[in-house]
Design a binder for this molecule. Structure first.
Ligand code: ARG
Length: 564
C-alpha cells in the first residue's frame, strides 16, 4: 500500500508545505473503510494556516487534484478522506504478489546480522509447555528476520550442569532401579528429576549427599563424570529430536558447562580491576546506584552462579560472531536478571553492551489446570503432543481420506494448533492453553488458517482456466473485494512491524483478519461462473490470498498444505 500513501503525501507536501515525513506520520487508515483508504487530519495545521481545521480540510480538498489512482477526496469535518481507484489498487497489489510469490512481504531494510539466543531447555529435566513457547517465539522471530534479508544466527543455551544435574544423578545412582528407555528420554529424565525433588525435599541427609555429588562433579570425579556425560548425551539427543519435530534448527548450541570456568575467570579478573568486591565471602557487584540491587557473581565456596556463566557466554558470543544485535529470548521472570547482567556488562566494558536486549515472553498454563496430578502441574511436551494428536485424529475421522493421509493430516494440524496458540498472544502476555480450542477449524486457530488455505487450493484446482493471465482488474469492484485486496497490500508493513517489535503475534492477527475477509468475500461471491473474465479476475484475487496465507504461515513455522 506504500506507493498509494506516497502519492497522497507527495501531493499534500506541495499543498501544505509540511515535510513528507510529517505528512506520512499524520496520514492514517480510517477505522471504517467507508471513510476511504487513507485519512489526513488537519488539526495540526490550524496554527500555521490560522484557520479552523475543517476550513483547512475544505481548502485542501478543493486544491487536491484527483486522478486514476487517487480517484476521490472527501471532506469529513477536520479530515480529508482519500479513496484509491479500485482497478489501480487491484492491479498494483495482485500483480506484485504474482511476481514476487514467496518473496512477497519483504521490504527494503538495511541488512544486519542478528544473533538470537532462544531454545533453552535444560538437560536432565522435562521439556514442558513453556519451552514450547520459547522455541516457537525464537523460531518465528528468526524466520521473520531472515525473511527480511537479515543474517540470523540461531543459538540455544542449555543448562547441562549445576544443582539440578547433581540432584538427578544422585537419584539415578542411589535410588533408580529401572533401565534407560529408548524413546522419550527427556520425559523420563523429567520424571526422575521430579522424584528426586520429591524425596530429597526437607531431608537433610539427602541434601548433603546431593551437595557432595555436585562438588565431586565440579572437581571432575571420574565415575560421576562418566555418568554425567552419558546421560547428558542421551538427553541432548532427545532434545534435538524434539526440535526437529518442531522444525527448529540451531546453528550454535551453547552449554552452561562450557562457560562455567571462563565465567569464574572473568569474575576474578573483575575483582582485581575493582569492578567487583567481597561480601560475606561471596563476590558481588553493587548495582544500587542503578537501582538494580546487588548482583552476586560467585558463591562464597568459590562455585559459579547463573550470572557467572552469563558473563562468559556474552564474551564467547562476541568472540565467535560479529553481530549488529544480540537477542536473548527468555521468560519474563528473568527480566531483573537481564537488567542486572546488561548493566554489569556495560560497567566492565563488554564491547557489545549496546547491542544486547532481552526479548521476554510470559508463562503458559493449561486451561484444565493439571494434566496429571502425579507430575504436578508441569505440562510435558510429549503428553501434550500425544493428546493433541489423538484429538486431531478423532476430529478428522469422518474425512474422506485413507489411513495414511489421516495420520499425516493429524500431525500437520497438531503442530499448527500448538504453534499458532503459542504465537497468537502478545509475547508479554500469559497464555492459557486449551487443546480443544487450539485444534478447532473454526476459531482463531492455526488449523483454521490452514483450512482456509487448502480451501482456496481446492477452488483453484477445480478451475478450468489454468493460466491466470491478461486479467481485467477493473472487474474487482465490490466492497469485499476491495477490502481483501487492501488487506493483501498491508502484508509487507505487518512483517516489518512484527520484526521491529519482535512480535509474531502481529502476523497471527493479520492472517486471521485476512482469512476472515476471504471468507466474507467467498460467502458473497462466486469465483467460478459463466462470466469467464470475472472468474479470471477472482481467481487472481484468491490465488494472491493463498500466496500471502502461505507466506505468513511460514513465518510462524506452520505448514500450508494444499489438501486437508
Ligand atoms: N536455561 C535457563 C533456564 O532454564 C534459561 C537460559 C536463558 N539464557 C541466558 N543466557 N541466561 O532458566
Amino acid at each position: 500500500m506504500h506507493q498509494f500513501k506516497d502519492q497522497i503525501s507527495q501531493k499534500l507536501v506541495k499543498l501544505t508545505k509540511l515535510s513528507k515525513s510529517e505528512i506520512d506520520s499524520l496520514l492514517e487508515v480510517p477505522p471504517d473503510p467507508k471513510l476511504g483508504d487513507y485519512a489526513f487530519p488537519c488539526f495540526s495545521l490550524a496554527r500555521t494556516f490560522k484557520k479552523a481545521p475543517n476550513k483547512i480540510a475544505q481548502n485542501l480538498a478543493e486544491k487536491f487534484e484527483v486522478d486514476e489512482t487517487i480517484r476521490k477526496v472527501e471532506v469529513k469535518g477536520p479530515y480529508l478522506n482519500f479513496f484509491i481507484g479500485t482497478k489501480e489498487l487491484a492491479q498494483n497489489i495482485l500483480m506484485q504478489i504474482k511476481k514476487q510469490k514467496q518473496k512477497y512481504g519483504i521490504s527494503k531494510t538495511k541488512k544486519r546480522t542478528i544473533l538470537i539466543e532462544g531454545w533453552q531447555p535444560n538437560t536432565h529435566k522435562a521439556f514442558h509447555i513453556g519451552h514450547i513457547r520459547n522455541a516457537m517465539v525464537s523460531e518465528s522471530i528468526s524466520r521473520i528476520f531472515e525473511f527480511q534479508g537479515h543474517k540470523v544466527i540461531r543459538s540455544s543455551y542449555m543448562g547441562d550442569i549445576g544443582a539440578h544435574v547433581a540432584k538427578w544423578i544422585w537419584y539415578y545412582t542411589k535410588h533408580y532401579k529401572g533401565k534407560i528407555p529408548k524413546n522419550n528420554v527427556t520425559k523420563w529424565a523429567g520424571e526422575i528429576y521430579t522424584k528426586a525433588t520429591q524425596i530429597s525435599a526437607e531431608n537433610e541427609e539427602y541434601q548433603k549427599q546431593i551437595n557432595d555429588i555436585q562438588k565431586k562433579l565440579e572437581s571432575q570425579d571420574k565415575e560421576l563424570t562418566k555418568i554425567w556425560k552419558k546421560t547428558r548425551e542421551l538427553c541432548i539427543k532427545d532434545l534435538w529430536q524434539i526440535f526437529e519435530e518442531l522444525d527448529c534448527k540451531i546453528d550454535r548450541p551453547y552449554w552452561e558447562s562450557e562457560v562455567e570456568q571462563p565465567g569464574i575467570k572473568i569474575v576474578k579478573q573483575q575483582l582485581e580491576k575493582g569492578n567487583a568486591e567481597y561480601s560475606e565471602g561471596a563476590i558481588i557487584a553493587d548495582l544500587e546506584k542503578y537501582n538494580l540491587k546487588v548482583l552476586v557473581l560467585l558463591k562464597s565456596n568459590g562455585t559459579s552462579l547463573y550470572s557467572t556463566k552469563d558473563l562468559a557466554l556474552a564474551y564467547l558470543k562476541s568472540e565467535e560472531y560479529e553481530f549488529d544485535q544480540s537477542l536473548y529470548i527468555v521468560g519474563s521472570e528473568q527480566e531483573f536478571h537481564f537488567k542486572q547482567l546488561f548493566q554489569y556488562l556495560k560497567i566492565i566494558g563488554y564491547p557489545d553492551a549496546d547491542k544486547v536486549s532481552h526479548v521476554s515472553y510470559g508463562l503458559v498454563s493449561l486451561k484444565q489446570g493439571k494434566m496429571s496430578s502425579r507430575k504436578g502441574n508441569i505440562v510435558l511436551y510429549e503428553d501434550l503432543r500425544d493428546k493433541l494428536l489423538k484429538l486431531a485424529k478423532s476430529q478428522i475421522s469422518n474425512r474422506n481420506l485413507d489411513e495414511k493421509q489421516k495420520q499425516k493430516v493429524s500431525r500437520i494440524v497438531t503442530f499448527a494448533a500448538l504453534k499458532f496458540s503459542m504465537l497468537n498472544q502478545d509475547p508479554k502476555k500469559f497464555i492459557i492453553f486449551d487443546p480443544k480450542q487450539a485444534l478447532s477449524f473454526e476459531g482463531e486457530t492455526g488449523p483454521y488458517l490452514q483450512y482456509t488455505h487448502a480451501r482456496i487450493c481446492s477452488i483453484l484446482r477445480k478451475s478450468p482456466q489454468k493460466a491466470i493471465t491478461n486479467v481485467n482488474f477493473s472487474l474487482l469492484q465490490t466492497k469485499s473485494e476491495h477490502n481483501l485486496i487492501k488487506q493483501l497490500g498491508t502484508f509487507p508493513d505487518t512483517v516489518s512491524q512484527a520484526a521491529s517489535h519482535y512480535k509474531p503475534s502481529s502476523i497471527c492477527r493479520y492472517l486471521l483478519d485476512l482469512a476472515q475477509m476471504f471468507n466474507e468475500f467467498y460467502h458473497k461471491h462466486r469465483v467460478l461462473s459463466d462470466n469467464l473474465e470475472l472468474s479470471k479476475a477472482r481467481l487472481a484475487l484468491i490465488d494472491s490470498t493463498r500466496q500471502v496465507l502461505e507466506n505468513g504461515l511460514l513465518l510462524l513455522g506452520i505448514q500450508a498444505p494444499e489438501r486437508m
